[in-house]
Ligand binder design. Sequence first.
Ligand SMILES: [Zn+2]
Length: 126
Amino acid sequence: MTLELGPDDKRMKLRYAGSCRLCGRAHGAGAEAIYERARKAIRCVECDKTAVEAPPVEVVGGEAGASARREYERRRDAREQRIRGEHPKLGGLILALSDDPQSTKAWERGAVGEELMAKRTSTTSR
Ligand SMILES: [Zn+2]
């Protein structure tokens, strides 16, 4: 996964003009964008949203439920980070009062479903 919001990624007003590494759109100085310090690259806020909302491209095997669970946690954390970034003072309150978006919840349901399925399968195969 290359689109995760790393600890060095920061939503900010650009000091210099640049273009998004994902869609190539140009952004002038002063425009708001996500700066990836590790890559020294920027991406648009819109692209960042797309990256968060888009379903995972790869379906990984391994522990049942782990992939969906991880995706749910990734989305939940990304949302929390975004809200806290946008509302430094009220972020915690907003998070406490609001609910996860449906798209994020679907992933949590998916994780629970996968785990149940795994439990059932392992019981019957024993
Ligand atoms: Zn972009």
